[in-house]
Design a protein around this ligand. Sequence first.
Ligand SMILES: Cc1ncc(COP(=O)(O)O)c(C=O)c1O
Length: 470
Amino acid sequence: MPVQWAGLSPELLLTVDRDSGDRLCAQLERQLRDAIRSGRLQAGERLPSSRELARALGLSRGLVQDCYGQLQAEGYLVTRVGSATRVAACAQVAPVPATAPPDARPRLIADFRHGVPDLASFPLADWLWATREAARTMPTAEFDYGDPRGSSALREVVAGYLRRVRGAAADPARTVVCSGYAQGLSLALRALARRGVRVVAYEDPGGPATARAAADAAGLTAVPVPVDEDGLDVRALDATGARAVIVTPAHQWPTGVVLTPARRHTLVEWAARRDAYVIEDDYDAEFRYDREPVGALQGLAADRVISIGTVSKSLAPALRLGWLLCPPALVDAITDLKRIADRGSPSLDQLALARLIESGRYDRHLRRMRTTYATRRTALVEALARHAPAVRLSGLAAGFHAVAHLPEGVGERVVVAEARSRGVGLYGMSACRASGDEAPALLILGFGDVPERAIVAGVAAVGDVLGGRA
Ligand SMILES: Cc1ncc(COP(=O)(O)O)c(C=O)c1O
């Protein structure tokens, strides 16, 4: 599909060389032919009017009209009375390489992918309201390059919010707005590398690919540390010699265990003793079903913990907005790295998020989503109990994924492949293990973006496979 330029189409980059001795009309014809043949101008795309193009190139309008007439006669252009001159449908010679659409996922009965909230529930009306409010009240000075830490309005609101809701020791001066956890992690690791940290540990199981890639890009070595039922094994961490660790204390990714109070204290004590830092991925803190949310680790040791938050799960990944709460020793380095990375996140979006949070609409959305996810969680538990009773679930206290323990003798890869052939997307734990091992056979069942009906239909379609009866 060619771009349907509305109103005045953009200018067209063409040049004429008055000293070449070549006729100007011939030069123009050649360049337009080349642009059409190479696909720079696509079939159906609109050309500037002869008057606009003549003005832009400093040529007479008659010359441009002659040129268009010639290309029309050759079949490159079409002109209808009262309508713009366009590239003819069959004029293209060089095929434009087809690019796969980014959302080319096959249609499935249910896709239990994880890490994605219910996209259909994005609070669009609230976001539009917040954006309009932000744009309407945005001081002119805010259109300039700003503080690389982000808009002071958002930093104030986020710090206040995290103090209240997460028990964080949040100071707006040490809050840096970033484009989600991914950028937050990259900034934190690079800042630590500047301070001489060489090895960063990560939870196993966890996100080995993300941790290794981010560490590698920052020039660090990433080492795995096991997680047990109390969370990260701090004694094993101590043995690695690492001076930084990435943890998910509120709801460990992906096992769902909570870092116990005793382990929290041991971890903070480890950081002080080793002159080390903890990178807290404040993951899944928003959605707890069993009791009040567990406070942020950062509240215990603001000088040793870099806490990273994101709206990817509370609102939508597409917003690319998050924040870092920085220890005093790292805030300058992180600010400097953010400036180098992109000079600061987009101001209008930051102000819109600030309005959304301070108006109470953000919390209202979270409350609504807690109910939605709790209903989906129940649907998953009941569907599994009915169609695959041999499967045990864990990690359900928060977030929107569960860990499914497959019965003895049932292999992860076989289940995932068989389910896919029946139109159900399942994902194994092996991708979360540093070793890549497929045993013990576990699945991570994301239900955030799977409607209740699809959960029931999806589980029904693969119940026998999950239970080892296929
Ligand atoms: C463990 C973990 N933390 C955080 C995030 C959010 O990342 P971002 O804020 O870059 O979207 C994800 C996304 O899937 C994740 O898997």
